[in-house]
Structure formats: C-alpha cells, structure tokens
Design a protein around this ligand. Structure first.
Ligand SMILES: Nc1nc2c(c(=O)[nH]1)N[C@H]1C(S)=C(S)[C@@H](COP(=O)(O)OP(=O)(O)OC[C@H]3O[C@@H](n4cnc5c(=O)[nH]c(N)nc54)[C@H](O)[C@@H]3O)O[C@H]1N2
Ligand SMILES: Nc1nc2c(c(=O)[nH]1)N[C@H]1C(S)=C(S)[C@@H](COP(=O)(O)OP(=O)(O)OC[C@H]3O[C@@H](n4cnc5c(=O)[nH]c(N)nc54)[C@H](O)[C@@H]3O)O[C@H]1N2
Ligand SMILES: [Mo]
Length: 825
C-alpha cells in the first residue's frame, strides 16, 4: 500500500480545503468534531459536507461543479473511497435519461426476453417511462396479484435515512398492494439462521465486547476469516473508522494478532499479523483439530461447558471419533486445512493459556455448509471457557461497521419506512407481503422453477411465479452466484425494471431503466457506526441532479400518484420536512438520555458532523457478561437457555447437510476435492478499493486493474507451472463459466487457491451466442456455484468453487462495460 504517497496527497488536500481539521466543541455534553463551517475559500468556492457508506466527506464546489472531495473527519487510515465524488457525479457510465429496451418498447410485457442485455436502447420522456412502468405493474398485479411481483431488491444502494432506494420501492409497493420479498441476505446468509439456534440471537449484527476492554484484557486477537481494515472502510450507515482506529491501538500494544486466511489480507499486512495460510472452506477441520488437542491434553474448560452449554457430550463423541470412527486429531486437520499439526497444537496451547478473542469474519460462512463455521467457532470458544470474560470469547462483528466501538449516549435518527400509513380497517400491506418470501440467494432458482418446494430452517417454502422484477439499489448481475444461470433466470419474467445511477450489468439486463441520482444530488442524514451511533452526519446536496436523473423518492412518488396513493406515499411532506422529523426523533431520544442537541436548523446550517460522547458503562460492556454472571437469571434465547452445542431443534429437522452438532462435511468443490480439469480453488474476498461493485467505474480502478482487468492473485508456484507472469492477462474457467483477469503473482495467497474480488462488473463478450460467454472484466460470480449453504439456511456459497487458470494468448477483447451501451447516450 502506498501509504506515504497517499498521506502526503491527503495533507496537501487538507491544506487547500481546510477540511479534516479537528474543530470546536459544542455545548451540551457532546463534542462537535471536525470541520469548520462551510467556508468560501475563494468567492466561487464552497465546501459542502455530505456522507456515504465510506464516511463523512467534504466536497469542494467551484462554479456549481464538484471538483474535489476528501475526508470531513480525520480518518484512522487514509480512505481513498472518499476522494472520488466528482468521478461518481460525472462518470461516463451514468444513466442519463429514462431508457427502454427497443424490443420491449415495441411489445411491452410480451417481448423476446432473450434479447435482454444485448438489445438497443431507446430514450423516452419521463412521462412515457413512468406511464409504462405503472401500466406494466398494474397489468401484472391485476392478473397475478402481489405474488407476481418481486421487489426484494437486495443491495447496498446509498446510505441516508430518507433516500433509501429499496425502502422507498417497498413503500410504494406496499401502498399499491404488496410484493414478494426475501429472507436473509448475502452477507451472513448461513450465520444469521444457525446462530439463533445456538445462541438465541443472530449475533452477526450485534454489538461486540467493547474495544476498550479488548485492548486492556485480550492477549491474542485472531482474525479468523476477517479482514477488518478493508471491510471497515465502509459501514451500512456511514463509517467514522473508529473500529480501524482501535485495531491500530491494539497493534500498538505489541500483543499478538493472528490471521487465519487463504490470503495475506490488507489487515494482515497493515497490522503486521502472524499469517496462517489456510485452504478455503477448511476452517471447521482446523477448529476441530484445535478442539481435539484441547480434549486430549485436558485443556478444555469442563466447568464452563457444564454450566453454560448443552449437548457437549454428544459433540465430544464425534470429536473423538467415537460416533463416526474418525478422531479429529491435529494431524487429520492438518492434512485438510494445510496448517501443520504442530502449529494446530500450539494454537490450542496458546488460546487456552492466554486471554483470546476469536474475531470471526463472514467469508467462511459464505460457502457450502457455511453454517458449520460459526457454530464450530462458538463451540471452540465455549471449550476455551472465556466467553463473557473481559477480552475473551468470540465476536462475529469486529470487522463490520465498527463493531466493538462502544455505543454512544445520544440520539438515533428516525428513518423512512416501508409501511406507509394505511387507514384503519383497510387491507394492509402485511396481508400480502409477509406471506410470500423466499431465502434470498435462491432467486435464480425461484425465477426458473415457479411452484417448486424447498426446505428452509425446519419449514418448507413454495416458490412464487414471478412476472415482474423491480430493483432499486442493488446489482444482482454482479452479486449473485453463477451468472450464466442468472441470465437464463432473468429471461423468465415479462418485465424487469431497474432504477440505477449507472449502466451497471443489472441495468443492462433490464427492460426499463430509470436514471437515479447519487446521494450527492439530494439532501439526507445518516449516523455513523451501526452499533456505536457515534455521529450524525449531514448529507447535503452538493450539486443539482445531473442529466435527467431523479431521486428514487420522486420516482416512486410519481408512480404512487399514478396509482392514486400519492398521499400515502409522501404523507404530504417535502424532503426537508422529512429530514427535520427524522432529526427530531434523535433530538427527543437524546433529551431523554440527558444529552442536548442543537435545533435542526442550527445543525443543518453548521455543515458539520455532530459527535456524541460515550459513557463508562459502554466502554466496559462485555458481550455475554451477564449470562456468565448468572445464567439462570439471564438465560439465552435458546430452548435450553444455554449455548447449544447440540440442538434438538436442528437434529429433528433430519437434514443430511446440517446435523444436530457442528460437523465437517466435505464441500463439493474445495482444495481437497479438485479435479485435473479444475485443479485450483477460488476465494472471492471483498475489495479494498470498492464497496462491492460501487466505485468500480471511478479512477480508483487504476490502483488495482491489471491490463484493465480485475486482478487475480495467484501463488508463484501455481503461476510458474502455467507459464503465467505477473501482469499477464489470464483466462479463468470453472464448470460454470469463464472470465478474463489480470494476474498478480504473489506469495500473499496460499498455493492452490486463487483470489478474485467480488464486485467486478460483469462484461460478457458474446452474450446469447455462447453457452459460456466470456466475461472480459473478471466478475467472479461467472465462476461460482449457485447452491444453498444447506437446507437449514439456504444461504449463498460463492467460496465453494474450483477453477483452472491459463495464460490468455491472442488479442484480448476490450472491456466495454464502463461505457454507455448502444444508443443510450
Ligand atoms: N462471489 C461473491 N459474491 C458476493 C459476495 C462474496 O463475498 N463473493 N458478497 C455478497 C455480499 S456480502 C453482498 S452484501 C452483495 C452486494 O451486492 P450489492 O449490494 O448488490 O452490491 P453494490 O455494488 O453495493 O450494489 C448497489 C447498487 O446500488 C446502486 N445505487 C447506489 N445508490 C443508489 C440510489 O440512491 N438509488 C438507486 N436506485 N441505486 C443506487 C449502485 O450504483 C449499485 O449498482 O454481494 C454478494 N456477492
Ligand atoms: N472495502 C469494502 N468493505 C466492505 C465491503 C466491500 O465490498 N468493500 N463489503 C461489506 C459487506 S456487505 C460485507 S457482508 C462485509 C464482508 O465481510 P467478510 O465476509 O468478513 O469479508 P470477506 O472479504 O468475504 O472475507 C473476509 C476474509 O475472509 C477470507 N476468507 C474467505 N473464505 C475463507 C475461508 O474459507 N476460511 C478463512 N479462514 N478465510 C476465508 C477472505 O480471504 C477475506 O480476507 O464487508 C463489508 N465491508
Ligand atoms: Mo454483505
């Protein structure tokens, strides 16, 4: 990482704009951090404070144009994601006008859907486009009811409590009669279903033992499939980077940081961690190997297991091989996971002797049998007996949205809801919406097989028959696994509508594309740190909407008007009236907490973040501390009130792919199961310079692209036998598809596995002409498997995948996905 250079650039930037300066303190028990009020440096220059998932941003506006952007608060480490606001606003890839696919316009709702993604585009007026959308949705609703419309619209859109595109879409859908939604997400599909059985709560999106406590008491922290210095460059709300700051503080104590990962991640590098390269999808064997060592050396905490857990004895039979004939020894584990037996034994000794915090990330549950990774991690932590003690146990969210940063005392903003006010006694959205929902990652299967029934978490779900798909704020043609199957699935509905800022691969697959504003073209508010709620950031409009883009709010308000439900949708409020109301919610909760906040007008005029203070109790908070203190008075929400190492509930489901206790089930594709045709495993980590597919079209691309392709990390030994050199264009193929990528030959990835980041835009060369169209850019999901994690969670499993890599010879086709599609400009 070129930190020095970037630091200097940032200092220069700060000098020029006066942003990022720690500022004055406000009254009333909180500190107003950062920026000085908007100041005109020259007459025609202003600095506007706004925010994105990637933090508070100051944007310099000159003569009505955004010219520069940077941090509006001193970040713990440089966050380049904040520097590309002008790129985003004025990008070559923006959707400029309402657009309709040519074949669709000629025959709305009855077109040749195999032309999606390769037809020409026709520009239409806003009125024409909105009438078309309205008529199509009305047609589907009349004929098929709400179960014919999928508006789950999964995705990370932009932050902000008002302009939340998916919520707005669903608000409109609810006001007009409901829609098919989904269960779960791509982030923690497996974990959020298994954890409630084990711990009585979803765990993954919850506050962690306070970082102050970890720094004071943990001897070792383990980044187990976690890359926090990358994944905390963003947050679901917005990031203040406090989590990263704490990781840096922990590093400064000189205590041990261990990183268990197939790649030497950015975090491993920047925190100078001990890296233990592991084969992808083999963490359960490693954990079992450590657990077996603990038992054979009498180091497991029998007291803890007895008092706080249920079913350990049954699990131990499995661990020792009494129930299946295979003792899960360190050597057994080593042969599978690639970490030497001696190291595994040493880990058992070190973890049990020292106060250890196992920080589990989520990449290891985004794979077949992904439920087992976190279940086994909790089981291992239980055997170590440190759960609920200062600095010990496990945490499943230290890498996400500043988990562990103590919760501030202040106010929480209100936000727009998907449930508009409905007259009493009227048929409400709940009547329809909640009835039909499917596990999200099954979307392609749902579109392809209406009426099919699948198992899910002890119940059965029958797929609806989807005729219309509406997406606002997500990118399924990048985020969903096995793109080639998804292409076919998306040919099933009559109509696909997408609100988008950019000509993303998903917009290109639609029939109707409505141009949406970026968050920099509207006013909004957000908080920072999903658990800490440390700041309120103003998100001020930087420039007017570009081209003919409209806010999603206004798009849905206009559609609601056509459906006769405008009043329900808007409640008669303007943008600023909504924002004042949402701010007032925070104002009131803050007052109840005895914290004074400035009035809305004053806050808005100040053009700077509002920072709350954090109390002593929050700094000392220990997850499961109360449970440990008194498990009878503070039981968990599981059937037994204890940590369920054996779950009767799950056992009684009789699933072959998720048993009553954590266990190792070989995935269909992983390093231990490669074939001569596909001899390498693939892992798809989240990218440092993007949020998924967001910002892929900005100048940040220059920092990582290799010959204008997505970089793929390959070990020197794997490269050598294939005659691949650093910087070569390579072709990667899996049983499902093929992509081009640019080789980065490096020892930072374990031999036998290649790493290709998720979020690369899908750019097919010969869509509709080939069974396996070549993605010119390197979207990993062209290669990955579209199969549920198990019958329990039906989560997504992209990190279960084998591939072959070869040097690409000949003239590589140009990447075109970042340009306007045919006739769209
Ligand atoms: N192989 C593999 N695949 C994965 C993963 C993996 O680890 N490996 N991870 C998965 C995970 S965890 C996730 S969360 C998903 C992420 O998948 P997504 O959340 O779908 O990815 P994003 O790129 O954030 O897509 C957001 C889209 O919203 C658009 N947008 C932004 N603001 C607005 C707005 O105001 N209005 C509208 N209408 N649109 C807006 C952006 O232009 C962008 O196209 O990917 C999943 N896919
Ligand atoms: N900069 C940036 N930050 C992000 C995102 C982004 O796209 N960009 N996405 C956000 C979202 S929506 C989410 S859900 C989170 C994702 O957070 P995570 O799911 O934790 O992120 P990943 O990168 O998938 O995985 C973390 C690490 O686990 C490793 N890993 C993958 N598979 C395995 C395995 O089988 N075993 C082991 N031991 N390690 C494995 C990966 O190489 C990576 O270094 O991040 C969030 N933060
Ligand atoms: Mo995610």
């Amino acid at each position: 990482m070129k930190n020095n250079k970037v630091n200097k650039q940032r200092r220069d930037f700060l000098k020029k704009t006066s942003l990022g300066v720690a500022g004055a303190s406000l009254t009333g028990g909180m500190t107003g951090m950062l920026t000085q009020p908007a100041m005109a440096i020259e007459a025609n220059l202003t600095t506007v404070v706004t925010a994105a998932h990637w933090g508070p941003i100051g944007v310099v506006v000159q003569d009505g144009k955004a010219v520069k952007s940077g941090p509006a608060m001193q970040p713990a480490i440089v966050n380049e994601l904040q520097s590309v606001v002008p790129d985003q606003l004025y990008s070559e890839t923006r959707v400029k006008y309402p657009m309709v696919r040519k074949g669709f316009l000629a025959n709305p709702g009855n077109s040749d859907t195999s032309m999606r993604g390769r037809d020409e585009w026709v520009r239409v007026s806003w009125d024409e486009a909105l009438d078309l959308v309205h008529n199509q949705l009305q047609r589907v609703r009349d004929k098929h009811g709400s179960s014919g419309i999928f508006a789950g619209s999964y995705g990370w859109f932009s932050c902000g409590v008002l302009h939340a595109s998916r919520t707005l879409l669903q608000r409109y859908m609810n006001a007009t009669g409901g829609f098919v939604g989904h269960k779960g997400d791509y982030s923690t599909g497996a974990a959020q279903v298994i954890m409630p059985h084990v711990l009585g709560t979803i765990e993954v999106y919850e506050q962690q033992t306070s970082w102050d406590d970890v720094i004071a008491n943990s001897d070792i922290i383990v980044l187990w499939a976690a890359n926090p210095l990358t994944t905390m460059r963003i947050a679901w709300t917005s990031t203040d980077q406090k989590g990263i700051e704490y990781f840096k503080k922990f590093q400064a104590t000189g205590k041990r940081i261990i990183c268990i990962d197939p790649q030497r991640s950015e975090s491993a590098q920047m925190l100078n961690a001990e890296w233990l390269p592991i084969n992808t999808a083999t963490d359960v064997p490693l954990m079992l190997g450590i657990a077996h060592t603990l038992v054979s050396e009498g180091k497991h905490d029998k007291e803890f297991l007895k008092k706080y857990t249920k079913g350990y004895e049954i699990f131990e039979e499995y661990l020792l091989g009494k129930s299946d004939g295979q003792p899960k020894t360190a050597q057994w584990a080593a042969d599978i996971c690639g970490i030497p037996a001696a190291t595994i034994k040493q880990l058992a000794a070190d973890f049990s002797k020292n106060r250890t915090m196992l920080m589990g990330g989520w990449g290891m549950q985004r794979q077949r049998h992904g439920e087992q990774s976190h279940w086994m991690l909790v089981t291992l932590a239980a055997m170590l007996g440190q759960i609920g003690l200062p600095g010990g146990g496990f945490g499943l969210s230290y890498h996400y949205s500043n988990g562990g940063v103590p919760t501030a005392t202040g106010g929480t903003l209100g936000s727009i809801t998907a449930n508009p006010g409905v007259a009493a006694g009227a048929k409400t959205w709940l009547d329809d919406t909640s009835k039909v929902a499917f596990p999200l990652a099954r979307i392609a299967d749902v579109l392809l097989h209406p009426g099919k029934t699948i198992d899910y978490n002890g119940s059965q779900i029958t797929y609806p028959d989807i005729k219309a798909v509406y997406w606002a704020g997500g990118n399924p043609f990048v985020h969903h696994q096995d793109t080639n199957t998804l292409v076919k699935a998306f040919q099933r509905p009559d109509v696909v509508i997408v609100n988008e800022v950019n000509w993303t691969p998903t917009a290109r697959m639609a029939d109707i594309v409505l141009p949406a504003t970026t968050s920099y073209e509207r006013n909004d508010l957000t908080m920072s740190g999903d658990y800490s709620n440390l700041n309120i950031f103003p998100m001020k409009q930087v420039v007017p909407p570009q081209f003919e883009a409209k806010n999603d709010y206004d798009i849905f308000a206009e559609l609601a008007k056509r459906a006769g439900v405008e009043e329900q949708f808007t409640e008669g409020k303007t943008e600023m009236e909504w924002l004042e109301e949402f701010y007032q919610t925070a104002f009131t909760t803050a007052r109840n907490n005895r914290v004074a906040m400035p009035r809305f007008e004053k806050f808005w005029a100040a053009n700077q973040p509002l920072t709350f203070e954090t109390g002593e109790a929050a700094r000392k908070w220990i997850r499961y501390g109360e449970f440990r203190e008194d498990p009878l008075l503070n039981p968990l929400g599981t059937p037994s009130g204890k940590i369920e190492i054996f779950s009767d509930v799950i056992a009684k489901m009789h699933y072959d792919d998720c048993k009553g206790h954590p266990s190792w089930m070989e995935p269909e594709e992983y390093a231990g199961n490669v074939t001569p045709e596909y001899p390498l495993a693939l892992v798809t980590p989240h990218p440092y310079y993007r949020l998924h597919s967001q910002l892929a079209h900005t100048s940040l691309r220059k920092k990582y692209a290799v010959q204008d392709r997505e970089p793929v990390m390959i070990h020197p030994a794997d490269a050598k036998v294939r005659g691949i050199q650093d910087g070569d264009i390579v072709r990667i193929e899996s049983p499902r598809g093929q992509v081009l990528a640019g080789a980065v030959v490096t020892e930072n990835v374990i031999q036998g596995t290649v790493a290709l980041h998720e979020g690369a835009w899908y750019d097919p060369l010969d869509l509709g002409k080939s069974a396996k169209p070549l993605c010119k850019n390197g979207c990993p999901n062209v290669l990955t498997r579209d199969e549920g994690t198990s019958k329990l969670a039906q989560g997504n499993s992209p990190n279960t995948c084998i591939v072959q890599v070869e040097k690409f010879v000949g003239k590589a086709p140009e990447v075109t996905v970042f340009k306007q599609p045919k006739h769209a400009a």
